[in-house]
Design a protein around this ligand. Structure first.
Ligand code: EIS
Length: 209
């Protein structure tokens, strides 16, 4: 059994709009996964991502018929918050959430592609570092980059990580990675679509935390 395939993301429609409810249901399945990673440092990340999801859901729940797609929310907030936007509300929460989602995407893709440190084949630090440099590093000042370094040291071994993705069962690497690959089929276009929306609406910010 594969944790990822139990939580397969929905296929995007032709106009690449992301249905808010389906998206929230899909991403809500990701945070519990952090619990099987062990170290406390992952609880910081889990609560940050949970906070983003809660914020977006709170806006959606106010008026589900109005906020059918994620773009509906971002555009409505642009009208309501004017000067403060986009550093406000669900727009800000989704801006950060999509970076965490991109991190996960690049990490999984790198594992599926077989990127490895030949000297330490059971470590996934090269994969994690690749994901971090791609998705998050430029938004982090030196203190948060130090938190990243701590997370890197606490990162699980490759074998344990793949086992966690297979819900604790011993599954052959190639079977697990085939599932990762399948998961990415809908996941990657969803993350891409959110990035594209932020770029089209000029909603992206590049301040550091
Ligand atoms: C945002 O956080 C809030 O999310 C947002 C709002 O408050 C805004 C205000 O500016 O700030 O400060 C947070 C930032 N979030 C900004 C930092 C949190 C800790 C980050 C630690 C870095 C660790 C990097 C990852 C290392 C992981 C190793 C993995 C080993 C397996 C399957 C693993 C998946 C890991 C996924 C990691 C995603 C990290 C996401 C961090 C996002 C971030 O940088 S609001 O809140 O608007 O909702 O109120």
């Amino acid at each position: 059994m594969s944790l990822l395939l139990d939580n397969q993301f929905a296929e995007l429609p032709a106009d690449k709009s992301v249905d808010t409810k389906t998206f929230l249901d899909n991403v809500s399945t990701l945070p519990p996964f952090f619990d099987c990673l062990g170290s406390k440092v992952f609880s910081i990340i889990k609560s940050d991502i949970n906070g983003n999801i809660t914020k977006i859901r709170a806006v959606y729940d106010q008026d589900p018929a109005k906020y059918v797609t994620l773009q509906d929310i971002v555009e409505a907030e642009r009208e309501t918050h004017k000067g403060e936007w986009p550093k406000v509300g669900a727009t800000l929460a989704l801006m950060w959430l999509k970076r965490g989602l991109r991190f996960i995407q690049v990490l999984l893709q790198s594992l599926a592609d077989g990127d490895r440190d030949e000297n330490n084949p059971n470590l996934i630090r090269v994969n994690i570092t690749k994901a971090y440099e791609h998705a998050l590093k430029r938004y982090h000042g030196w203190i948060v980059q130090k938190v990243f370094s701590a997370a890197l040291i606490a990162a699980p071994y490759r074998s344990n990580f793949l086992k966690a993705l297979s819900k604790g069962e011993e599954v052959k690497d190639e079977d697990c990675l085939a599932n990762v690959h399948l998961f990415l089929v809908n996941y990657t276009p969803t993350v891409d679509a959110i990035y594209e929306m932020y770029s089209n609406l000029n909603a992206e910010l590049d301040y550091t935390v």
